[in-house]
Design a protein. Sequence first.
Length: 100
Amino acid sequence: MKASKKIASPAPTATGPSFEQAIQRLEKIVADMESAELPLEDVLKKYEEGTRLVRFCSQKLDEAEKKIELLTKKADGSAKLAPFEAQEDDDEDEKEAKLL
């Protein structure tokens, strides 16, 4: 019987992992899950960790988008609230395709 491997979490810092560390960990989780060599229990643990990391990354991206909106200024120097034009429709379609 195989010994169960301990699933490593991103290295915690005072404020948690950076966005880049979370993305790297997500890539590792996806690669591990795609290998089809993991017991179901380990796959479920990795899935749970992955969903936490996705929420974390989404929150960080939302924060960055808000900063971009706040930092946009008009030519005369006055502040202008201009939403960041993301390709939400394409991103949503890709997300839905991956879920199927």
